[in-house]
Design a binder for this molecule. Structure first.
Ligand SMILES: Cc1cc2nc3c(=O)[nH]c(=O)nc-3n(C[C@H](O)[C@H](O)[C@H](O)COP(=O)(O)OP(=O)(O)OC[C@H]3O[C@@H](n4cnc5c(N)ncnc54)[C@H](O)[C@@H]3O)c2cc1C
Length: 481
């Protein structure tokens, strides 16, 4: 893992070279020094990059020219969209010279085709801007997660992002119809086909989905749109026990298979902390250890379906208490709690702790949760350990974090052992260490046992075919040799 080092290396790139880059993108779009600093640290303040300049191209042509320039000079490239990634994939720290290519200026929505149910965008468009553009055409762009205002479609594709609505619409891979990318030698591949069916050989766009900037720079995309769901309503339901989770999920699917859109688990530990830090009144009168936050959405009102789900869950004893959002303000409050439950704003030592992005078969969710709790209780009894996540997809984010200043050293002393035991528990349940955040630089070593040598060799062969000089985001995604 790349530990934070606050000293930036002095630039080996000459003023002449920076001038050449400026001649491609314009002088105001070559950032160095303090102007470049925000791109060199990740959102969790865990990884620091050591690139010499941040370059902001405006279009595919400029990206291609920058990439060709880097190829000629043997300079590495790390691509960034919103820099909201949670695995350190956007921060390059290596002895080789590198630049950040930041796509924030590539923020044009090129076409919303309501009749064709597609949208074509540049890669730096934010998820929120795409949602708004779709809504304005009475359509829905389905991906949604807390960082929607900053995270870009390029970053979402590069990490195969998930989020709240996967349970109904699938993840980013399921949304993508076509792609344009700049290859490591500067060639442009235009695969912007808006076809629902195309069996004409290898489907190259799938290689770029989840590739984390290691194969090329995604510059434009065509995505699917879905019918708008003007009626949306959420409820927070207290669970009798985590073991009832699967029954509650099955019930939601029985009652409202056409409406269930989000099915999120939240532990009381996290909710209580969000309420304390953000001065929010706790939504429930009686506390439980776990709650599910569900959202039903449809073209018709969903209130009756939601009521049936909650009353049947209560009759069967799975749900012990519930609150239904009956106004936009209540709806926002419930989702504010969900979106603030990641530890970044809650716990001062979160960067020293562990963030898991695990997926296990859904029926094993309780077993996984209990295994992590037991390991944490044994090794770091003073740490805070809580879970939340998109459990309708089998995706649980468990956090294990030192709570007090005086706990940090003890925590760090057993951190490697914690990781080893938790990862072992994940693999024993046939799970993955990365459900939706990507491997970045955080998980490259840890993920090695998850796949066979045959699979890693296939991945390395693909990487070498695209990027034989290993200049695109080196050190990310693949385990070190
Ligand atoms: C509060 C919060 C909540 C979050 N919730 C979720 C969630 O629910 N689900 C989820 O999946 N993620 C979530 N994330 C993580 C993050 O938002 C996603 O990983 C997102 O896809 C990153 O997009 P970005 O534009 O910020 O990418 P960046 O952080 O800039 O980059 C991420 C990776 O993608 C590569 N990359 C970026 N753009 C391109 C491009 N155009 N071409 C090639 N490679 C590129 C980078 O090199 C890097 O490896 C959350 C993050 C935060 C801060």
């Amino acid at each position: 893992m790349t530990e934070i080092d606050n000293t930036l290396r002095s630039s080996p790139i000459s003023d002449k070279a920076l001038g050449e880059l400026a001649s491609i993108v314009g002088p105001t779009n070559v950032l160095t020094g303090d102007d470049a600093a925000p791109a060199l640290i990740d959102t969790r303040t865990k990884f620091r990059g050591q690139s010499f300049a941040v370059i902001r191209p405006a279009n595919t042509h400029e990206v291609a020219a920058v990439v060709a320039w880097c190829a000629a000079k043997d300079i590495c490239i790390v691509t960034q969209g919103g820099n909201t990634g949670l695995s350190g994939g956007g921060q390059f720290d290596d002895a080789r010279p590198s630049i950040v290519v930041l796509l924030s200026r590539m923020n044009q929505i090129e076409e919303v085709d309501a009749e064709g149910w597609t949208m074509t965008v540049q890669a730096g468009v934010t998820i929120e801007a795409m949602q708004e553009a779709a809504a304005a055409a009475n359509r829905k762009f389905a991906p949604d997660w807390g960082a929607r205002g900053s995270a870009t479609i390029g970053g979402g594709i590069a990490t195969d992002a998930g989020g709240n609505n996967v349970v109904r619409y699938g993840n980013m891979r399921d949304q993508l119809l076509g792609l344009e990318a700049v290859l490591p030698d500067g060639q442009v591949w235009n695969g912007l086909r808006a076809l629902r069916k195309d069996s004409s050989g290898y489907d190259m766009k799938h290689l770029f989905i989840g590739s984390e900037g290691t194969l090329g720079i995604i510059t434009r995309a065509v995505v699917k749109l879905h019918p708008a769901t003007p009626h949306e309503q959420s409820a927070l339901a207290a669970l009798r026990h985590l073991d009832d989770l699967m029954d509650v999920f099955a019930l939601a699917n029985d009652v409202a298979p056409d409406s269930i859109t989000a099915f999120e688990l939240m532990a009381e530990t996290g909710i209580a902390r969000v309420c304390e830090v953000f001065d929010i009144t706790h939504p429930m009168d009686d506390r439980a250890e776990f709650y599910v936050l569900v959202k039903f959405a449809n073209t018709q009102p969903v209130t009756d379906q939601l009521a049936q789900f909650l009353s049947t869950g209560a009759e069967r004893g799975f749900i012990t208490d519930a609150i239904v959002a009956s106004s936009a303000e209540q709806e926002q409050r419930l989702w504010k709690i969900r979106e603030e439950i990641p530890p970044m704003s809650l716990y001062p030592h979160q960067a020293k702790g562990l963030k898991m992005d695990t997926a296990v078969p859904i029926a094993k969710m309780g077993e996984y949760h209990d295994a992590v709790r037991a390991i944490a209780d044994e090794l770091v009894p003073d740490a805070v350990a809580y879970g939340f996540g998109h459990v309708g997809d089998g995706n649980l984010h468990m956090m294990v974090l030192p709570l007090h200043d005086e706990d940090v050293d003890d925590f760090l002393a057993v951190r490697d052992e914690l990781i080893r035991r938790i990862d072992e528990a994940t693999f024993a349940l046939n799970g993955t260490l990365s459900a939706e955040h990507g491997l970045g630089r955080e998980l490259t070593e840890r993920v090695r046992p998850q796949k066979s040598d045959v699979e890693w060799t296939m991945m390395r062969t693909i990487k070498a075919a695209f990027d034989p000089d290993d200049r695109l985001n080196p050190g990310a995604l693949l385990p070190p040799l």
